[in-house]
Design a binder for this molecule. Structure first.
Ligand code: ARG
Length: 461
């Protein structure tokens, strides 16, 4: 088939080379951005007088028709076209005649593809930020629901100190809130318009790049045409942001999987977001969380992929860059799917607060509070720590808990012990006394909830 770039080359390529070179099978996803970008370009060519207004109107009308027909399914993508840009231009020329050939004045596919990808990712960022906001809101609401429910807090996956489930959940709200901030920040650099950079050197036509940038909703045009066509930092940043979201989702997933196990039984996932086993009738598997944990690997892979494509790549455009698209498409789609399902899974889970409380009452997670009690009675912390350790040891040997030791038994370790020790080591006291900023007390967690909600309200992209 004759190529649009027939010139110095007779453009007769091997079929295998054609297939290898072709990107339409995946960049057809960019049809909307490509067509909208072309409309703005045609409009700019018209207002600057590079083509006549009448010609510009014809181009725009033709492009509108293509968009409508692609969306309705009337116009299927032609796999024989090299990429989406060639496809649109070819159909346009078929439909409106020779004037269609004027569309590509003062631009190149190099700046066109950079534009399309930025437009596409700007939309994805908006979708992701909205999903993240929904997740933060969902997690925060759950935290509010369980702000008084005590569970063991862990370090090294060993029971450490009492916390509330609400406090634990708010830690995740903070992570996802940072993700929102990160995406908002990456959006700023994405929001710079490369069109008009042309192949790499700019153009001799008197174009209006500011007009085109504004028309397409960008902050400004890029300042250097070589950078305009070579820069894919925004893809790296985007996938780095996606990777961190996945890191957070996979940590959360791991805990959900643990909590939903018979060993913990801290939570029950809704039937809607669990699956059964084909052979074991008792099974209720947390597949959604497992898949989010698993899909983290592919998003990290997408990030590594784009970083490696860019490594050592000389300026300006190189065909290597065609490999940018599948990574960002996959990263975006995976994060969107995971976030959508995750919010629903969180919204519908219930906590088994009795089990959490029971777990908290074992494992001596109030031992730090006992040491602190002794410090308040005048002992140095190191001595208090040692005595508390000895008491825990006795309890383990005699299968007792700190709460069930008698005062006489306590006094054998130190005579500063008094009956107020029981109050001091009560788990409720341990939690309610941790009023430090960011701490686990109900009032501290309420403050966190309030602050997060306020930040959520103030965010706008
Ligand atoms: N399909 C190409 C890509 O995705 C479009 C740009 C082609 N530019 C070129 N000079 N061959 O990167």
């Amino acid at each position: 088939m004759a190529k649009m770039w027939e010139g110095v080359s007779n453009a007769v390529t091997d079929k295998l080379a054609d297939d290898f070179n072709s990107s339409i099978s995946f960049d057809c996803k960019l049809y909307k951005q490509d067509i909208t970008g072309s409309m703005a370009h045609a409009s700019m060519l018209g207002v600057t007088g590079i083509i006549t207004q009448e010609e510009a109107d014809k181009l725009i009308q033709g492009l509108e028709g293509i968009l409508t027909d692609v969306e309705s399914g009337k116009l299927p993508f032609d796999e024989n076209c090299e990429d989406i840009h060639m496809f649109v231009e070819q159909v346009l020329t078929e439909r409106i005649g020779d004037v269609g050939k004027k569309l590509h004045t003062a631009r190149s596919r190099n700046d066109q593809v950079a534009l399309d990808l930025r437009m596409y990712l700007k939309d994805q960022v908006t979708t992701i930020v909205n999903l993240l906001k929904e997740l933060v809101e969902t997690v925060t609401n759950k935290a509010e629901e369980y702000k008084c429910d005590i569970m063991p807090g862990y370090t090294h996956l060993q029971r450490a100190q009492p916390i509330t489930f609400g406090h634990h959940l708010m830690a995740y709200a903070m992570m996802f809130l940072r993700d929102v901030e990160r995406f908002n920040d990456c959006y700023k650099r994405m929001n710079v318009c490369p069109i008009g950079s042309c192949a790499l050197a700019g153009t001799t036509y008197l174009t209006d790049r500011v007009y085109e940038a504004e028309k397409l909703g960008f902050d400004k045009p890029c300042l250097n045409s070589i950078d305009g066509v070579s820069d894919r930092d925004f893809c790296v940043e985007f996938l780095a942001c996606c990777s961190l979201v996945m890191a957070h989702l996979s940590r959360f997933s791991e805990e959900i999987i643990l909590w939903a196990s018979w060993e913990f039984k801290f939570i029950t996932l809704s039937d809607e977001y669990t699956t059964g086993s084909s052979i074991m009738p008792q099974k209720k598997n947390p597949d959604m969380a497992e898949l989010c944990r698993g899909k983290t690997g592919r998003v990290y892979g997408d990030l590594m992929g784009i970083l490696t494509v860019l490594k050592g790549l000389p300026l300006a455009y190189n065909k290597d860059m065609q490999e940018d698209k599948e990574s960002v498409f996959d990263g975006a789609e995976t994060v969107i799917k995971c976030l959508s399902i995750f919010s629903k899974m969180i919204k519908t889970l219930t906590a088994n607060t009795e089990n959490m409380k029971n777990a908290a009452s074992k494992g001596f997670i109030n031992a730090t509070d006992m040491a602190d009690y002794l410090v308040k009675k005048g002992l140095a912390f190191r001595s208090a720590y040692k005595i508390s350790g000895q008491i825990v040891k006795k309890c383990i040997e005699e299968n007792k808990t700190l709460e069930t030791l008698s005062l006489e038994e306590y006094k054998q370790f130190s005579d500063v012990f008094d009956s107020d020790v029981y109050q001091a080591i009560d788990l409720k006291t341990c939690v309610s006394k941790r009023i430090s900023l960011g701490g686990t007390s109900v009032s501290s967690v309420e403050m966190q909830i309030k602050e997060v909600r306020k930040i959520l309200d103030d965010i706008n992209l």
